[in-house]
Design a protein around this ligand. Structure first.
Ligand code: WQD
Length: 334
């Protein structure tokens, strides 16, 4: 009997890699990735953490149905964890058609393959940005308003495509996980977030200031109505995020579900800088500048639903996150 495989689309990326190393049987993982936002050296990095074979990775564009279908002709796929997609908010505003074409075709192809090859479970990598400009804490029962960028729209539309598919396939199990701010790295230091060019996101930028690649951190706005004037986010350790996927994998349920994956704790930009300095002993010079267009003042999860229904909650603190992030950054510089 051929082993039933877990297909991770976009699985060579930052989040996908941490999910693969968290699986109870990583040999059951098949990765489909076009490597547009990562490189094949990631395979060697994965091999430093778990037993992993090069032939578990298939370089292909999930948005290209013909290429993507080849995977299903070779492997019996029981579950798909769908992570593949363009994910830069700012870029999506400048290139809406590229984002709608790529991200929606990828989700469409995933659903077409679920239908044609009797895939039983789907876990979709969604995002807290689907809530749009609503007040925190964000709750799964909230109505999704028009979001502030095409990237977030592709996540919201993909969720609705999956929900509609479930309505006509009652035996199918699908879960959308709305990630808040995934950060940090595997404690080994072998895998973590490798931004291309100047980091858009806060913690990778702080890491590069700490390693001397950048002179200081620009704090995008200190005039928000928050305790220290800087914006607040729900930073979740990427290992907690990976663990949430394993929890869903182990608890399939027919029908469609949505869960926030966050800590429920808000951390301001300056809080994060202080936590990083405390955890690493490295000073982070900062310069306050204007707000970044499109940023929300606060985005924090109501993280109670996944805990109530599945008993899952995040385990790592901001200090753990900063220690692991710095450990990875130092590995990168070696
Ligand atoms: C966090 C805070 C910035 C950089 C983004 C995507 C979101 C998700 C996670 C995909 C904000 C401030 C940042 C810097 C700063 N990705 N900041 N100086 O914007 O909450 O979320 O990544 O799902 O879709 O939007 O994360 O890390 O970019 O910013 O002051 O150099 O840090 O203004 O308040 P964000 P971020």
């Amino acid at each position: 009997m051929e082993t039933k495989k877990v297909l991770l689309t976009g699985g060579l990326g930052y989040i996908g890699s941490h999910i693969v190393v968290s699986l109870s049987d990583p040999s059951s993982a098949i990765i489909a990735d076009d490597c547009s936002n990562c490189d094949l050296k990631q395979i060697d990095r994965l091999k430093q953490v778990i037993p992993f074979e090069k032939n578990q990775v298939i370089v292909c564009d999930v948005a290209d149905l013909e290429a993507f279908e080849e995977i299903f002709k070779k492997h019996k796929i029981e579950t798909i964890i769908h992570l593949a997609g363009y994910k830069a908010v700012g870029e999506s505003v400048k290139q809406p058609l590229a984002y709608y074409t790529n991200n929606l075709n990828a989700t469409l192809n995933v659903l077409k393959m679920c239908n044609k090859y009797d895939v039983k479970h789907l876990i979709f990598s969604s995002s807290a940005t689907v809530y749009g400009p609503q007040s925190s804490p964000m709750d799964e029962s909230m109505t999704l308003l028009k979001t502030t960028n095409p990237y977030a729209e592709t996540k919201a539309i993909s969720e609705r495509m999956i929900e509609d598919y479930c309505l006509v396939h009652p035996e199918f199990s699908a879960t959308s996980l709305r990630y808040f701010n995934p950060v940090g790295a595997h404690p080994s230091g072998f895998i973590g977030e490798i931004p291309s060019g100047i980091p858009n996101n806060l913690l990778p930028y702080v890491q590069q200031v700490a390693s001397g690649k950048r002179p200081y951190l620009n704090v995008f706005g200190k005039d928000y109505e928050t305790k220290d004037g800087t914006a607040i986010r729900d930073y979740i350790h990427v290992m907690d995020l990976a663990d949430a996927h394993v929890c869903i994998l182990n608890n399939p349920k027919q029908g469609y579900r949505v869960y926030n994956v966050g800590t429920g704790v808000g951390t301001s930009v300056l809080d994060l800088v202080k936590a990083f300095e405390k955890a690493t002993g490295v000073k982070i010079p900062t310069e306050v500048t204007h707000r970044r267009a499109g940023d929300l003042q606060e985005s924090v999860a109501n993280a109670s639903k996944i805990n109530k229904e599945l008993g899952w909650k995040s385990r790592y603190s901001i200090e753990d996150i900063c220690k692991d992030a710095w450990n990875f950054e130092k590995h990168q510089s070696n």
